[in-house]
Design a protein around this ligand. Structure first.
Ligand code: CS2
Length: 515
């Protein structure tokens, strides 16, 4: 198909047949939702569900003002399109051929770039139209200590933001100073809704905002605590980074160019607590489920989806498997993930009435095997220091508390430590993208020195592992648990001496009944 221009409200008539388009009058929408962290995830999840709610008649109050906290690239791509973009849901048909379903999303009313105009962002949060501020800033955006969950008052962004009421940098700074303006203007309360992959994400966000506000003005902290709500939620949809090939494929299917479409799997889960201080759209029209407590759903998702994701990501980067579907095509890795979930994760999960766990886990592996997503294992491997605690280490804690062994989880943790060395099995080097990369590199040096002193063999790996597991911001007290350190050290030894495939094989030889 020939392209006749750029995606734009004036060209919606020219869209290819079969493309779903906005079924609400976007010109009348107001920004009831201010979203901090306008990445692909928010555009493929929150905005897609919100679009369905608008189509079902949610009303004019519920448009979205998107805020990028760092880069102008999303705004630059979407402004010429008046905020329209395409969501491409991708999977394979019954013959294994990739296919995609396209929808044009129209509920994004404006995109702000915080560093360019911080006051505009604060004004949006304080505006009378705003009812919900949602955030997807990834784990590191909370400026907390991953092991303890406390706000890091010495975090450079927090130190900066405490002195910059008109020009903060972090999501936490924007929220606290925006709420201060809101309170001063006599406007009503807000719902602050975290959509990040963190346990009790609402409570965590509340803790961060209150800890920041306490530093500013105890009255503000009291007002926020009394007036605002922080619902917890579990969100689940795999959203790989958009590539140029994706842009081309979407443009061909759309009949119009879209500078930044988002790719996702068709699967979507959103379970959230129904605690909204100033109303909400009926997101159930787009598949959301409102519950009294989201905790068991979060634990289920973080330990299975994200735990398995991180386990496979580190092993795959080491082994040279670039995408998740390529990794799943390795029978030994797939069997490992199956066993990891069934034997070691499942027994740690809180009960969830009505859930068929075996089916959930099987479906998850099918989602990972989706050949149309081409989800990069390196993308998932990023920011391990922020991810491991809730994805793998809490599960390890739960097992240790019951004196249960954990060789499979230990391999996942060992995978991360092994990956931190920055070189894969074929000798290719890569950068460690992690907010704690510097501190981790220093630890690694100490660990290498400790291992050298211990001489060759398993004893060296025990010293090496103990030195790394002693990194408290990630491991907390777990690093002092000899059972944990021993199990991880064994897996490190297997990875170093046998490689990823060999280590997986050695685990297969482990008879389940002996464990
Ligand atoms: C992934 C998640 O990048 C990652 O760390 O594990 O983004 C994952 O794809 C989503 O949480 C799925 O819901």
């Amino acid at each position: 198909m020939e392209l006749v221009g750029r995606l734009h409200p004036s060209r919606l008539g020219g869209l290819a047949a079969g493309v779903a388009r906005t079924a609400h009058d976007r010109t009348r929408l107001r920004a009831g939702i201010v979203h901090l962290g306008l990445g692909a995830f928010a555009r493929a999840h929150l905005a897609a569900v919100n679009e369905a709610a608008l189509a079902a008649g949610a009303g004019e109050a519920w448009g979205i003002c998107g805020v990028s906290l760092r880069q102008p690239d999303t705004r630059d791509a979407l402004a010429p399109q008046d905020g329209l973009y395409t969501l491409a849901l991708r999977d394979a048909d019954e013959h294994g051929e990739p296919r995609q379903r396209l929808a044009v999303i129209g509920c994004l009313l404006e995109s702000l770039v915080a560093p360019e105009d911080p006051r505009a962002v604060l004004a949006r949060i304080a505006h009378e139209d705003a009812r919900i501020v949602s955030i997807t800033v990834t784990e590191k955006g909370y400026c907390h200590d991953p092991a303890s969950g406390q706000l890091k008052l010495d975090h450079p962004d927090i130190v900066h933001d405490l002195g910059q009421p008109q020009a903060p940098r972090s999501a936490i700074g924007y929220l606290a100073w925006g709420l201060q303006q809101r309170r001063a203007a006599g406007r009503g309360p807000l719902t602050l809704m975290s959509l990040d992959n963190l346990p009790a994400n609402g409570h965590l966000l509340r803790g961060m905002v209150l800890a920041f506000a306490e530093q500013v003005d105890a009255g503000l902290a009291r007002w926020i605590a009394a007036e605002c709500t922080f619902p917890c939620s579990m969100v689940d949809r795999i959203v790989p980074r958009t590539t140029d090939a994706d842009r081309d494929a979407v443009a061909r299917a759309l009949g119009l160019a879209d500078a930044w479409p988002v790719m996702a799997e068709p699967y979507l889960e959103w379970v959230l607590e129904d605690s909204f201080a100033a109303g909400r759209p009926d997101w159930s029209a787009g598949g959301a489920r409102f519950v009294a407590g989201a905790a068991p759903f979060e634990t289920l998702k973080l330990r299975n989806v994200n735990g398995a994701h991180s386990a496979l990501a580190y092993l795959s980067v080491m082994a040279g498997w670039d995408t998740v579907d390529q990794a799943l095509a390795q029978p030994a890795l797939r069997r490992y993930l199956e066993r990891l979930m069934r034997e070691e994760i499942a027994p740690t999960l809180p009960p969830l009435p009505g859930l068929d766990l075996a089916q959930y886990q099987e479906r998850l592996l099918q989602r990972f095997a989706n050949p149309a997503l081409r989800h990069q294992t390196r993308q998932i491997a990023m920011d391990g220091s922020q991810k491991l605690p809730q994805r793998l280490l809490d599960t390890a804690r739960a097992r240790l508390a019951r004196e249960q062994p954990m060789p499979l989880l230990a391999l996942a943790v060992a995978g991360w430590l092994h990956y931190l060395r920055g070189v894969d099995q074929a000798g290719r080097r890569y950068d460690i993208q992690d907010p704690m990369a510097g501190a981790l590199a220093r630890r690694l040096e100490q660990a290498e020195a400790a291992a050298t002193l211990a001489g060759p063999g398993p004893a060296a790996m025990l010293e090496w592992t103990a030195a790394l597991a002693g990194f408290a911001p990630v491991f907390g007290e777990l690093g002092q648990d000899a059972r944990f350190v021993r199990a991880v050290a064994q897996a490190v030894h297997a990875l170093r001496s046998l490689g990823v495939a060999g280590a997986l094989e050695a685990l297969e030889a482990l008879d389940g009944s002996r464990r």
